[in-house]
Design a protein around this ligand. Structure first.
Ligand code: HEM
Length: 514
């Protein structure tokens, strides 16, 4: 672990002075220490940078590549905006080629990425995604049914809302992006009716390393795509670290490859169903239809392979990220009953007896200020992507520090969004900081120190989609349910590709009297 000590611009040193700190990183540990440290490295790094009041910090991963974590908003913005100097080529994404191919998030060729993004952007604009509100509300109701069903069985039993949220967001992405029902919530509801639990697994790193891929028929009601994800995510995260001999070094790597095969089978099935349906099947407003229509119109960027890759990317990027935000929001709401009641009142006033059909994110924001504040604050304290990675294409000086060509630089939403220089009371979950009357005092630098969706040309394409999804599902849930605190329980964060928890996100749900 090394700290980028402040150096004079004149000397332009390429050295970083050593830091003795408690931060552990996979430099020389054996396999078990490696895996456990990797899942909590983001937390240790944030604390070490804060203790040292460091602008950035360098770590060495297995002694291979210099890796620098950034927590200054200007550095994060500079890296995010300049693709020529801070590219995606050579970053760990290429190790996930078998899975994500050259889909948007993994593509390193700037021109190809820009061409694909230009085609897809219209489908993700705020005006386009508002058409999905009825779908978000429908899935929100199904999620509420599942949670309510579990609570009815045993009202005193702590409920892991995280896995339920993962199921909901997977169903949303299936229906909205592909016009396909993964049936993830239906699978859990059926198991609950049979008296068999599916939510006990936790869904964190431990579940990921278990490597269980179901043999269920893909795309049918008894298929558990969440189970496939559990097998894929953890080895995928470790693959990003460029370990030598991954086939021997990474626990669960067989489950990773089998899982990708299964996901590929699901995706082939989804695309085939669309093509068989002819032009009528392309009128559903989903993103796959959008791509197939672009292809039929002669757009040569959208090849069959590109469509397959994007579907893999959307399944990944569009589900666990939003699920993490949703479940952390419910967890924090369970600990802040007064905020929860304010949100429930907003939801009741807005939704009345039915979902707000066709509302835009901006409209919901003005009508649900507290609920929107809850989402912003949850994304601040628990950004699903704690860091994102770029690779320097030449020697650079960033924020006064010299960094060698070929180094990884990681803008860190997690560390920047907890930085005491930019956030008063940084570790407190305080949704009210986002209300206009408090912003000056409690969120004075939000415009530059809050970027959970990244920034610049590689910023998240799904931002409006996911915020609208979160607003709608949270409103539907809070109108029907109250989430109580589980005494003595504090969620422990870890990383399982996206921000996760070691032990789920436990709450005590109860039906609200209406
Ligand atoms: C709370 C939810 C979400 C968060 C916090 C989030 C965060 C991010 C971040 C930080 C990046 C940049 C990654 C990088 O540069 O390596 C990103 C990229 C991306 N996200 Fe999201 N995301 C969310 C939801 C979604 C959704 C719902 C979708 C799709 C429906 C989506 C699709 C994508 C895609 C395709 C990219 C790659 C964009 C590009 O490279 O041009 N994300 N996201």
């Amino acid at each position: 672990m090394r700290l980028c000590a402040k150096q004079t611009q004149a000397s332009l040193p390429l050295l970083h002075s050593p830091l003795s700190s408690t931060v552990t990183h996979p430099q020389k540990g054996h396999l078990f220490s490696l895996t456990s440290n990797t899942t909590t490295a983001f937390r240790n790094l944030e604390q070490a940078m804060r203790a040292a009041d460091a602008r950035m910090m360098g770590v060495s991963v297995l002694g291979r590549r210099e890796t620098v974590i950034l927590r200054h908003p200007d550095d994060c913005a500079a890296v995010s905006r300049d693709q020529e100097t801070y590219g995606k080529a050579n970053t760990g994404w290429r190790h996930l080629e078998r899975w994500l191919g050259r889909g948007l998030v993994a593509e390193s060729d700037v021109a190809h990425h820009a061409a694909v993004k230009e085609v897809l952007l219209p489908a993700f604009k705020a005006a386009s995604v508002k058409g999905f509100v009825p779908l978000f509300a429908e899935v929100g109701e199904e999620l509420a049914d599942l949670i309510e069903g579990a609570a009815a069985k045993d009202p005193s039993k702590a409920y892991d809302v995280r896995n339920a949220c993962r199921r909901a967001t997977l169903d949303v992405i299936g229906k909205a992006a592909f016009g396909f029902n993964f049936g993830a919530l239906g699978y859990a509801a059926a198991r609950l009716r049979e008296g068999r639990g599916v939510e006990e697994g936790g869904g964190g790193a431990a579940a990921g390393s278990a490597g269980a891929v179901t043999d269920a028929q893909i795309g049918d009601a008894d298929c558990d795509v969440i189970g496939i994800f559990d097998a894929v995510l953890f080895p995928a995260m470790i693959l990003l670290f460029e370990l030598p001999f991954p086939q021997f070094m990474i626990p669960g790597i067989d489950g990773y490859f089998k899982g990708i095969e299964k996901l590929d089978a699901v995706i082939a099935k989804i695309i085939a169903a669309k093509r068989v349906g002819g032009p009528a099947a392309l009128e559903g407003g989903d993103i796959l239809s959008f791509m197939l229509k672009a292809q039929a119109a002669g757009n040569d960027v959208i090849t069959d392979k590109q469509i397959r890759d994007e579907l893999q990317v959307f399944t990944l990027a569009g589900s666990d990220t939003t699920a993490a935000t949703l479940s952390f929001a419910l967890y924090e709401l369970s600990r802040h009953p007064e905020v929860q009641e304010a949100c429930a009142a907003e939801a009741a006033a807005l939704l009345g007896d039915g979902p707000s059909r066709g509302a835009s994110s901006a409209a919901l924001q003005s009508q649900m200020p507290m609920l929107t504040a809850v989402i912003n604050e949850t994304l601040r304290l628990y950004p699903a992507a704690t860091e994102y990675v770029r690779c320097t294409t030449k020697d650079v000086v960033l924020g006064g520090y010299a960094i060698k060509a070929g180094s990884f630089v990681l803008p860190s939403p997690y560390s920047t969004q907890r930085h005491p220089d930019y956030w008063p009371r940084p570790d407190e979950w305080l949704p009210e900081r986002w209300l206009p009357q408090n912003a000056k005092e409690l969120a004075p630098h939000a415009d530059k120190a809050w970027f959970p969706f990244a920034q610049g040309p590689r910023a998240c394409i799904g931002r409006y989609f996911s915020v609208l999804e979160l607003q709608t599902i949270l409103a539907v849930l809070l109108r029907r349910l109250r989430f109580g605190r589980v005494e003595g329980y504090d969620a422990v964060t870890c990383e399982n590709f996206t921000l996760s928890t070691v032990d789920g996100a436990l709450v005590l749900p109860a039906t609200r009297a209406r």
